[in-house]
Design a protein around this ligand. Sequence first.
Ligand code: FAD
Length: 323
Amino acid sequence: MSVLVFVEGLNGEVKKSSLEAASYGSQVAQQLGTTTTAIAIGDVQEAALAKLGEQGVSKVLYDGDSRLNQFIADAYVKVIAKAVQQENAKVLVFSNSNIGAAVGAKLAVRLNGSLATNVTALPTIDGGSFVVTRGVFSGKAFADVALTSDLKIVAIKKNSIDITSGGGSATVENFSADLADADFAVSPKETVMQDTNGGVLLPEAAIVVSGGRGLKGPENWHLVEDLAKELGAATACSKPVSDMDWRPHHEHVGQTGITVSPNLYIAIGISGAIQHLAGVNSSKVIVVINKDPEAPFFKAADYGIVGDAFEIVPKIIEAAKAL
Ligand code: FAD
């Protein structure tokens, strides 16, 4: 019996969200008195996988089939299902990414497991009961949910679990689910990774600088871009901004856009509507710049600056340049 963690790679490295999932899995394994195995697919280097030992993973199964470099849900499900069976896994851990949420749901059906997405804390395990806490209503509330099937599947909300360190090195073993061409019957022709300033991908960015309708028009976006450049950040925007084509749609964050969980989210001229907050409220630190002291975003902010963005942001850019 083991705990199995699905690990996602990006440019050869393990994604931060998967390090969080591995840390979660290892702590659960410790509580259950068992070991943690990871299953990894596609674009990730062996050395990066071995380093998962730091998070307490003892063994990594790696399927390097290059057809899996692009996300194909049914093929991923086959690989992970085989790993669950081989390892006799009773707990399967994902990051609550698009891939994790999609594959987790399919695996729950296929393997008759109980699934909880958006999980924000370590479970309470008492005898046979396994209770997880998950965010609901766009992060406005939490629900405790008992997972009762033999196989418990959890998808961890980004930035909810601290990354642990101090373990050794994990062994990496080749793994194959012997996929046939039929498993790739529906597959994307090409995946284009959208990036913004300096190649910082929005969903993975540690710092995000985001602009709203308060910036008046696309001609003023140099304020967002220049600040992002100084901070090594990705740029983002509110929904109306992308609806008006001031910015591309892949930068829109919120309930109907991308969910981000950076260490620092800087919101400039954004009111903080609940639909916007739904996509950013798991950021570690939120800084809000808004000229209206009553703007709802200030209630979610760790730091707030009340004032005109056109006066304040250039000063912050100058200060960042001087660092
Ligand atoms: P506004 O609400 O117009 O706010 C502009 C802010 O800028 C104001 O607070 C103002 O005080 C401030 N401001 C103005 N001038 C300055 C200045 N010079 N300096 C500093 N501050 C200034 N929205 C999203 O963002 N993401 C979503 O995913 C999303 N999904 C939605 C889904 C549904 C079903 C619905 C109904 C709505 C959704 N919305 C979403 C829209 C959301 O409700 C808000 O309308 C939107 O977030 C407002 O965008 P904004 O803050 O940029 O603009």
